[in-house]
Design a protein around this ligand. Structure first.
Ligand code: COA
Length: 337
């Protein structure tokens, strides 16, 4: 007598269930192996880093009493130490680590390290897209505020800015934990921007507020426009670097990337510098308004100072980034010759 259909189905399911249990057992074992490898690598890296630090210190001390040949050797060793530190930085991007104070406060002690290149790329891509969508929303928000001069809409806009910059600081801290070489200033710049939007939020309605309002909205529109251009540049870098990684960094493709990057930067930089000088102009306008007979609010001088800090940090960090890129380019050309 043949088995009923439901019994055959049940037996097939049971077989799959047994197989699943086996696979999961193997997965758990591999996970344990992975955790133990991670611990071994992490402690070996910390040990090596400590030794390198001590060695660098003793080399610096030693170099004061060395002859020319030894000095050359020391310089060579220092270059190798720098190279090793870069390798350790890349290695650590694939190992779980303790969160910094900020991530610990916001997320708790959850592990934020993404273990595969694909996951890292997807997270960075999503971060860039998030910035793009928010940039578009903020641009339309600022344009519509020119026609809607209400306290409540201004407050919603400023609250959105506070939330946006706060979110960026969290996402950027996660990116840094995953090996992003983002300059500390760009993250700090978003903390300062959060503070600035927070102060704007508390600035009460009055004649001085109205005197600055249009200039601030125009600045927000311009900043969104620059961020839109920045998005295409950063996303272009991200996709091209990923393609290079997949093709084993062939020299020709690297040169192709370099020339694309310089073209992108040359186009972007004038817009960025205009934005920085607009921040300086905002700072000076607010400083002047601070002396106005109707000005009684502390927010005016505080905002003036904050815009000035943003101008200084953005302007000089951008110059530093460009200078470093020029130097790296020259070093590469030197090595080729
Ligand atoms: N915000 C967030 N991340 C940034 C960043 C920024 N402003 N600038 C650089 N990064 C990231 C890059 O994506 C890259 O990340 P990765 O390591 O994960 O790949 C890393 O930092 C290193 O980038 P770097 O090579 O130093 O610079 P870049 O070529 O990507 O960009 C600039 C150079 C000058 C275009 C960029 O730093 C920039 O736009 N700065 C100006 C920002 C500004 O002033 N805004 C206010 C406008 S009013």
């Amino acid at each position: 007598m043949s088995k009923p259909r439901f019994q055959t189905e049940w037996e097939e399911m049971d077989e799959e269930y047994q197989q699943l249990q086996e696979t999961h057992k193997v997965y758990r074992q591999k996970l344990e192996e992975l955790t133990s490898l991670q611990t071994t690598c992490s402690s070996a890296i910390s040990k090596q880093k400590k030794c390198l630090k001590d060695l660098r210190w003793s080399l610096t001390k030693c170099s004061k009493t060395c002859d020319e040949q030894e000095l050359k050797l020391i310089a060579d060793m220092k270059t190798q130490i720098n190279d090793k530190e870069n390798v350790f930085f890349d290695m650590e991007a694939y190992l779980p680590k303790k969160n910094g104070l900020y991530l610990n406060l916001v997320l708790g002690s959850v592990n934020v390290t993404l273990l595969s290149n694909q996951a890292k790329f997807a997270y960075k891509d999503e971060y860039e897209k998030f910035k793009l969508y928010m940039t578009i929303i903020l641009m339309f928000g600022a344009i519509s505020l020119f026609f809607l001069n209400y306290r409540v809409t201004d407050e919603i806009f400023n609250f959105l800015l506070v939330w946006y910059y706060c979110t960026l600081t969290i996402r950027e801290s996660i990116l840094m934990s995953n090996g992003s070489r983002i300059y500390g200033w760009w993250v700090f710049h978003h903390y300062v921007s959060t503070f600035l939007s927070g102060v704007m939020l508390t600035w009460p309605e009055g004649p001085v507020y109205q005197m600055f309002r249009s200039q601030f909205l125009a600045f927000c529109i311009y900043q969104s426009f620059v961020q839109y251009l920045q998005y295409y540049y950063q996303r272009g870098c991200l996709y091209r670097l990923r393609a290079l990684g997949e093709r084993n960094q062939l020299d020709l493709t690297v040169e192709g990337f370099q020339s694309w990057m310089w073209r992108g930067l040359t186009f972007l930089l004038p817009f960025l510098f205009c934005g920085h000088f607009w921040q300086l102009y905002n700072s000076l306008t607010l400083f002047r308004l601070g002396g106005h007979e109707d000005c009684k609010e502390w927010q005016v001088i505080m905002l003036s100072l904050t815009f000035f800090v943003l101008f200084l940090g953005n302007f000089f960090t951008t110059l530093q980034v460009v200078n470093k890129k020029i130097q790296t380019n020259q070093e590469k050309n030197h090595k080729k010759d």
